[in-house]
Design a protein around this ligand. Structure first.
Ligand SMILES: Cc1cc2nc3c(=O)[nH]c(=O)nc-3n(C[C@H](O)[C@H](O)[C@H](O)COP(=O)(O)OP(=O)(O)OC[C@H]3O[C@@H](n4cnc5c(N)ncnc54)[C@H](O)[C@@H]3O)c2cc1C
Length: 239
């Protein structure tokens, strides 16, 4: 049980970091093109690139902020648990890490507001389009199985998104938006870890395995909830 917790902490850390770096890359590219545009007129191809990366940066920023601050909280909680009663005491660093982590999902935009910012990229298919582009990036032959599992996860995200859109019920979309957001985020992070593991299997191979196992169970949980949920049940969620 303890090594499951430790492996999952490491996998979430590697996945979250991969998402942060990818988001930073998207921001850097469009900002560099913004800088060039101040010096000279951009070519039509550069303008297209600037637009593409600005959109990717806009869609990835709420994923990176929301998921990393939630993972910081989950990892700090598990960190105390790994240390048992000692972890709760002032003498150990993890109680302070836990208190420090707690604010990150509140300030600079709560996770709920990151979801509000991200949900349009779920419903307009932006994340799905990026995920399909990632599917075209070759991975190491020994990791093909993970690629297929991530593709299945993406199909489930798309099935849920379509079901919610077809219902044409804003209240239903609001209720399940966090679930759709997390489904998109874990699919993205699984792909990024797959890309990292292809480049550096010794560093990321194990985290890829642990994270895809975790991500798949998250997707399955949300898929079941959304598939079974009836609009009449919204009444039970109102005060
Ligand atoms: C230690 C600390 C330092 C801070 N530093 C700064 C600072 O330097 N500068 C600064 O400007 N602010 C700062 N803040 C304020 C911080 O940014 C806000 O606390 C934060 O944005 C949340 O806003 P709120 O507290 O008004 O909560 P509320 O907006 O009242 O939110 C309460 C709950 O409702 C949810 N919620 C609210 N709106 C929606 C919505 N539309 N859809 C779904 N859910 C929603 C939230 O997610 C949250 O769960 C700081 C706060 C703290 C605690």
């Amino acid at each position: 049980a303890v090594y499951d917790m430790l492996a999952t902490i490491k996998a979430k850390l590697d996945a979250g970091r991969a998402l942060l770096y990818q988001t930073s890359r998207y921001v850097d590219i469009y900002k560099a093109l913004d800088d060039i545009a101040r010096e000279r007129k951009l070519t039509p191809e550069e303008r297209q690139e600037q637009k593409r990366y600005a959109k990717l940066a806009d869609s990835f920023t709420p994923l990176a902020k929301g998921m990393n601050s939630e993972y910081a909280n989950q990892n700090a909680y598990d960190c105390i648990q790994v240390h048992g009663g000692s972890g709760f005491m002032m003498e150990y660093a993890c109680q302070r890490i836990y208190r420090d982590a707690r604010i990150t999902s509140i300030y600079e935009g709560t996770t709920q507001l990151q979801t509000v910012a991200a949900i349009r990229y779920v419903t307009n298919g932006s994340y799905a389009a990026t995920l399909h582009e990632y599917e075209m990036i070759p991975c190491a032959p020994e990791f093909e199985g993970y690629m297929n599992r991530i593709k299945d996860m993406t199909r489930k995200l798309e099935a849920c998104t379509n079901a919610v859109k077809e219902a044409q019920n804003q209240e239903l979309l609001d209720l399940v938006s966090r679930r759709l957001y997390e489904m998109a985020a874990v699919c993205v992070m699984s792909h990024l870890l797959l890309q990292d593991a292809t480049k550096a299997p010794d560093m990321f191979g194990k985290s890829l395995n642990v994270y895809v196992n975790y991500a798949e169970s998250e997707v399955e949980k949300h898929f079941n909830f959304i598939r079974k949920f009836q609009a009449e049940e919204l009444e039970s969620y109102r005060k």
